[in-house]
Design a protein around this ligand. Structure first.
Ligand SMILES: [Fe+2]
Length: 241
């Protein structure tokens, strides 16, 4: 049961979003949290918001963040141990946010196993300014290989429109909107596109894209946004993983 009150009405807020699928909470391997202590602190902040499961998704991009499944899973083990030692009960799992480039296409061609979550969900992002030449080819190849693609924050790309988002979704890709987008954190136009996507029911997942304590605070604020409530009335896949 969705029950949201403004701060003025009540201090008790019941948060219905209990699974997050996009964040950078493993220490020191991308542009997210830097230390184990910061990781634990931010995870605790998210747990206080009502999250019970956090699927964290470090960047994998051959140039900037050359992470591997082994690096990610060994960091995950470290964080889980620290959480257990502190008796913090939130469940943390890991996948990755893959950057679409030639190296990723090559991995796909070579059948190299990629880190997924839930129902073989593969989270990916692209260049922020220019639509990658290979985007549609990637969608076809990855889907044919059995991956269920999840497009990270489509509203944030300069090349994105609501029509293009609908076309990509029609190709079988699930769309994940970022919580900070709902607040206008990145820009007004990104906020507007996120709102339009929610109005047109083109959103399949919400994600915090949490990188640090500041983003955890943004997630808290976003949970009170009217478009968050609207999105929560869509059949989000967050609830089924
Ligand atoms: Fe991200």
């Amino acid at each position: 049961m969705l029950s949201l009150f403004s701060k003025k009405q009540s201090q008790k807020i019941e948060y219905p979003l209990t699974t997050d699928i996009h964040s950078h909470l493993l220490p020191g391997i991308d542009d997210g949290v830097k230390t184990l202590e910061e990781s634990i602190a931010v995870i605790s902040q998210l747990a206080e918001l009502g999250y019970r499961k956090l699927i964290t998704t470090p960047h994998i991009s051959s140039d900037r963040f050359p992470n591997t499944p082994d690096i990610i899973l060994s960091k995950l083990a470290e964080v889980r141990t620290a959480l257990e030692e502190r008796n913090i009960l939130v469940k943390v799992e890991a996948a990755a946010e893959y950057y679409l480039n030639e190296a990723l296409m090559e991995r796909l061609y070579q059948n190299e196993p990629l880190l997924t979550f839930g129902k073989n969900y593969l989270l990916f992002e692209t260049n922020f300014m220019v639509e990658p030449f290979a985007l549609k080819d990637f969608i076809f190849k990855a889907s044919s290989a059995g991956y269920q693609l999840v497009f990270a924050h489509p509203e944030r790309y300069a090349y994105m429109t609501v029509e293009k988002a609908a076309d990509i979704r029609d190709r079988g890709v699930l769309l994940q909107v970022n919580l900070p987008s709902l607040l206008g954190y990145y820009s007004k136009s990104i906020q507007q596109l996120a709102y339009k996507m929610i109005d047109k029911r083109l959103v399949d997942f919400l994600g915090s894209d949490c990188h640090n304590a500041n983003y955890a605070a943004l997630a808290k604020e976003a949970h009170l946004n009217k478009y968050f409530v609207k999105a929560m009335n869509l059949p989000l896949h967050n609830h089924n993983i």
